[in-house]
Write a protein that binds this ligand. Sequence first.
Ligand code: ZN
Length: 368
Amino acid sequence: MDKDRIISKFIEYVKIPSPSYKEGDFAKVLKKDMEELGFEVIVDKAGEKAGSNTGNLIGFLKGNKDVEPIMFCAHMDTVTPCENIEPIIEDGIIKSKGNTILSADDKAGIIGILEGIRYVKENNIPHGDIEVVFTICEEVGLYGSKYLDYSKIKSKMAFVLDASGEIGGVNVQGPAQTQIYGKFHGKAAHAGLSPEKGINAIQVASKAISNMKLLRIDEETTANVGIIKGGSATNIVADYAEMELEARSLKEEKLEKQVNHMIEAMEKAAKEFGAKVDIDVKYAYPTFLLNEDEPILDIIKKAMEKLNIVYKPSTTGGGSDTNIFNSKGIKAATLGVGMFNAHSVNEYIACNDLVRLSQLVASIIESH
Ligand SMILES: [Zn+2]
């Protein structure tokens, strides 16, 4: 593995801003790099549906070994702040200057995939057909994988390089998520002269929240109020308030039960105060669960064993492209890429882990 090239490529990638919906500049660079590696690359139409300035990149590399095709995936978009990222290397650790994210999430995943494949090619390691998918808009709702052109994908197995934490970690189970939007309509009145004539929408919303079971519901289920807005002045009885909530569970029926409970709490509060509530429910993504004997996990275990990486299966509370792939019949697992403190200005990754991640990708290809 060429450590210097891996690190300089990573530095080059993190310096190209690629916030969700604006992955276009980065996608152009990646497409060129993939083509230089021998990939045939297409840009699908997901961008039009998601509202991004590019679609997903789908790359095909013809194999010379008679095995089923496999897919590697990472997302191109990042959270913010991601403008003018200045990576700093200190004691073998890459971090940002402190005023932006680093964007190892998920550019470390992209590096691992491309450099691992480069190694396989340069060392003439036999491999089957390889598909590489770099998605858009993962961070804002998994839109890249939701709108991916699946007619172009042959693989029935996908290695998604996008989990925080150490290399060796593998997410084999994840929850489904539903988002709930509540809009409370009360009645305005002068708060000093005639408050009894008003219906305070903020009060209704807070009553609804106080009636809800939230945060940790059980070991498989969570729920949260994330956003609440409303009102215009202290001397006006607020006639409007809105809130955004979510619920997640590893069991679909538990999720449904929790969502119904949250809806009922809102309806009940509105009724109690004589207010009106409009509720919008959006099912974001389904659960996934890989059985221990799933062939994809055998490949991962074998690949890790060769590199003395300890295989650590885990359940995640988050959602990723992995949820969507599994729902489309592609067995997918999310691999730890060695990044820490993702989604914050304290994000970092070790130089050696970028190398190890590339080795792991090469080892997966070799072990298949
Ligand atoms: Zn990510």
